[in-house]
Write a protein that binds this ligand. Structure first.
Ligand SMILES: [Zn+2]
Length: 238
């Protein structure tokens, strides 16, 4: 298992690089860029959420709750009065920090279940649905948010996998394949529940084809190609 700092740093570097790429290609706006980096980093810490109630995890949850409250207020900033916005800010923060955190840590204490691919897919897809249907963010942004959260979690699981293989070749057979988990027979009822939830979310999810088509559109990538190297290096190459 990789430790907290490794997870934090790698998740930050990977999500930072990827979101900078889509940001520079013009696929997300300024705040979208910031949120994607944050979500990818949070995703990189999420699978160990149940391992303890340590300060870093709580801090991560506080930050998530702040971002959530911020997102809510920014979305309704022109429709609501100041008083209503303050209430929304506090309620949004309280909901994430206390209700969602409580559900996460207490209802799924099962390490095996939370530290798995389907659980993280549920969180990612859930976030996409939430930002598209509830916060009514654009389709592309919503998909990016969900994908960054899920991607960060996959970075976490891959790191754990890598460490379990690298650290001791003796244990390799026993421990490899445990981190990147899709199913475990001992927890079959949990996994049944997870895959049922996942199926519902896949059914409910906003259209993926439109998002995919936008990703495959060559225009933003052509623009990115032009701006990939600093001017100085470009002039030296010529
Ligand atoms: Zn882990």
């Amino acid at each position: 298992m990789a430790n907290f700092n490794t997870h934090l740093n790698v998740a930050f570097m990977v999500s930072g690089t990827l979101s900078l790429t889509v940001y520079k290609a013009g696929l997300i706006d300024d705040s979208g860029f910031l949120v994607c980096v944050a979500l990818g980093t949070i995703g990189g810490l999420l699978p160990d959420l149940d391992s303890d109630n340590s300060t870093p995890i709580k801090l991560g949850f506080n930050i998530t709750s702040f971002i959530f409250a911020f997102g809510l207020v920014m979305h309704w900033r022109s429709d609501l009065s100041l008083l209503a916005l303050i209430v929304l800010w506090l309620a949004g923060y309280g909901f994430m920090r206390y209700v969602v955190f409580y559900v996460f840590t207490n209802m799924t204490v099962h390490r095996g279940v939370i530290h798995s691919v389907p659980y993280m897919a549920i969180l990612g897809l859930g976030l996409t649905c939430l930002s598209y249907y509830a916060v009514q963010l654009p389709l592309t942004t919503s998909w990016f948010y969900g994908l960054f959260l899920f991607g960060g979690a996959m970075v976490h699981l891959s790191l754990d996998e890598l460490y379990s293989v690298n650290l001791s070749n003796m244990k390799m057979k026993r421990s490899s394949g445990t981190a990147m988990k899709f199913y475990k027979h001992d927890d079959k009822w949990w996994y049944l529940l997870l895959y049922t939830l996942l199926a519902i979310l896949v059914y409910m999810a906003p259209p993926f084809e439109a998002f995919w088509a936008q990703l495959r559109d060559p225009t933003p990538w052509a623009q990115l190609k032009v701006g990939i190297l600093p001017e100085l290096i470009k002039s030296m190459l010529q």
